[in-house]
Design a protein around this ligand. Structure first.
Ligand code: ALL
Length: 328
């Protein structure tokens, strides 16, 4: 069953770069018999997707992409997607993993909200025989090592992505341009990487960094933080937001101060809500990271693992800078 099962799962888009992953062990009856996990071999595998905030359009798109893929492959696996009510509803992710384990899911695809704290429930799931696929936010290497967990990461180069957006801003402002950074949730590795990428642009573009603080990926918090930045600094020329939810809050603050279009804003995600803002000049750029495909690809990799393949290291997913010229 392993080979034909795998062969019937279509690849989505073929956009992934697979340079960095290692495939060990061919699909075999033996591997499959030992690897089906909690459900019986003659049942359809159960796949659970654990996302972060469903108030964030990025995850709404991810959910829609995964559900479309699951509907097209309904004969091959059962599917359920869950998320958090907001960006800091961490306990909901832990509960979601535990529930999927209790309900004997075979595969859990997860975008961890906290790179360290999520290692414990994931280690428990692995112990119970569940295949876990880590997408979007990489788990912390030290925490994985301490828990004896060896999991591949399926996701983008967040540092390089932020640098794309940061460089677009640097080019627009020129050396000496005064900027602020709105960081994501510091517990998440991709927030840390994006800050590093923005700092790379600050250094390379000889920008002047006035301040850098977290708004925890949230629109309202970003709105408040940006309003405070405007009171504190009177010469801000550019803003780097680690995701588009926060860029929306920034633009709202700039609108209220009559400064939108005058202060340049870059974000990350390319959610539908920022596209009109990029077209009308209230934002300069964002970064597409193909969230709608990411979870679907995670499901495919989970099914491949059930068929006996092993993935280690980093399976890179694509990123692309989006400016007004890319949106027609
Ligand atoms: C990250 C995603 C998105 C998103 C953020 C908020 O993991 O990559 O950029 O906006 O989570 O939770």
């Amino acid at each position: 069953m392993s080979k034909s099962f795998e062969a019937t799962i279509p690849e989505i888009g073929g956009r992934l770069s697979r340079r960095k992953f290692v495939v060990a062990g061919a699909g075999s009856v033996l591997a499959l018999a030992g690897g089906v996990g909690p459900a019986l071999a003659d049942q359809k595998p159960k796949v659970g997707l654990v996302m972060k905030s469903l108030a964030n359009e990025f995850f709404k798109q991810m959910q829609a992409g995964a559900e479309k893929y699951a509907a097209a492959n309904a004969d091959k696996f059962e599917f359920k997607a869950v998320g958090m009510k907001d960006e800091r509803d961490f306990a909901a992710q832990v509960d979601a993993i535990e529930n999927f384990v209790t309900q004997k899911y075979n595969i859990i695809v997860v975008a961890p909200a906290d790179s360290k704290a999520m290692v414990t429930p994931i280690a428990k799931a692995l112990k119970a025989g569940v295949r876990v696929i880590n997408i979007d936010v990489e788990l912390d290497a030290g925490a994985k090592k301490a828990a004896g967990v060896d999991l591949a990461f399926f996701g983008p180069d967040n540092r390089a992505g932020a640098k794309l957006a940061g460089d677009a801003l640097a080019q627009k402002l020129g050396p000496g341009g005064k900027v602020v950074i709105l960081e994501g949730n510091p517990e998440a590795d991709n927030a840390v990487q994006r800050k590093k990428g923005f700092m790379d642009s600050v250094a390379d573009g000889k920008l002047q960094l006035l301040d850098s603080k977290t708004a925890h990926w949230e629109t309202e918090e970003a709105n408040t933080l940006m309003t405070n930045f405007l009171t504190q600094y009177h010469d801000i020329q550019g803003v780097m937001a680690a995701n588009d939810s926060m860029a929306l809050g920034v633009v709202k603050a700039l609108d209220a101060a009559g400064l939108s279009g005058k202060i340049q804003v870059v974000g990350f995600d390319n959610i539908p809500a920022v596209q009109p803002l990029i077209k009308n000049g209230k934002m300069l750029a964002t970064v597409e990271q193909y969230g709608a495909d990411m979870a679907a690809l995670g499901i495919q990799y989970g099914l491949k693992e059930m068929a006996g393949q092993t993935f280690t290291g980093w399976v890179k997913t694509p990123i692309k800078l989006i400016e007004a010229k890319d949106l027609t």
